[in-house]
Design a protein around this ligand. Structure first.
Ligand code: CA
Length: 230
């Protein structure tokens, strides 16, 4: 999986690149609209599986960049915008973007969108109904598209951060994630605050999902039980 990241702001692009690469996604980054258009039309263009395009670029209007990439290639495009009023135009047929994110967005949200777009832009699903993007751990289902969690079919109301945390752990049930990994992925790449916040969210999730679904691994971090706790 190879992603073309078009983002002029280093403070956003650098942690994004690191996070995506940690997820096994190779990233080529360009910082200008001209760079994006050159990459999308250049000899390496066919290697891109997805373009993540910030619309606020220093040189060329991001909407023009989107249109130009679409003219050159059928590669899926997720646009990133700080302006909610741009959304209707970019996801419409006019510009041909496949999805969008509004700033500020969390890394898990981005990853869920990336995966969802890739699933539905396979030849069969292209422009069809979005495929469900759900993670399963025992009888618990985490739907990344609707951001709903159910346990045994019963919907559990979670706060946005609680959802992000359980969705992160549910990507690999049974795997132990360190506190640092969790804080970086679910909170902020530059999180240096008290880690009590993480413990508070875990405690709250245990109240809602059951006491033993999230296990503490002493001295390391947490993991989600792959099966329903006995
Ligand atoms: Ca920008």
């Amino acid at each position: 999986m190879h992603l073309l990241l078009v983002e002029d702001d280093d403070a956003i692009a650098e942690p994004l690149e690191r996070g995506l690469e940690r997820e096994g996604i190779a990233v080529t980054r360009v910082a200008t609209g001209a760079g994006a258009l050159a990459a999308a039309a250049g000899p390496g263009a066919a290697t891109f599986d997805l373009v993540l395009l910030d619309l606020g670029l220093p040189d060329v209007d991001g909407l023009e960049v989107c249109r130009g990439i679409r003219a050159a290639s059928g590669v899926p495009i997720i646009v990133v915008t700080a302006r909610a009023d741009e959304v209707d135009r970019v996801v419409g047929l006019e510009l041909g973007a496949d999805d969008y994110l509004t700033k500020p967005f969390g890394f898990r949200e981005l990853l869920a969108r990336v995966r969802a777009v890739l699933r539905r832009t396979t030849p069969v699903g292209r422009h069809g109904t979005p495929a469900p993007v759900a993670l399963q751990a025992g009888s618990m289902t985490v739907d990344l598209r609707t951001r709903e969690v159910t346990v045994g079919g019963r919907k559990v109301a979670l706060t946005p951060k609680e959802f992000d945390l359980v969705a992160f752990l549910a990507e690999d049930p049974g795997r132990v994630f360190s506190r640092g990994e969790i804080l970086e992925a679910v909170w902020d790449p530059h999180w240096y605050g008290p880690t009590r916040t993480l413990d508070a969210h875990v405690a709250s999730l245990r109240r809602k999902l059951g006491a033993h679904r999230i296990e503490t691994v002493r001295g390391v971090g947490f993991r989600l039980a792959g099966e329903d706790p006995a």
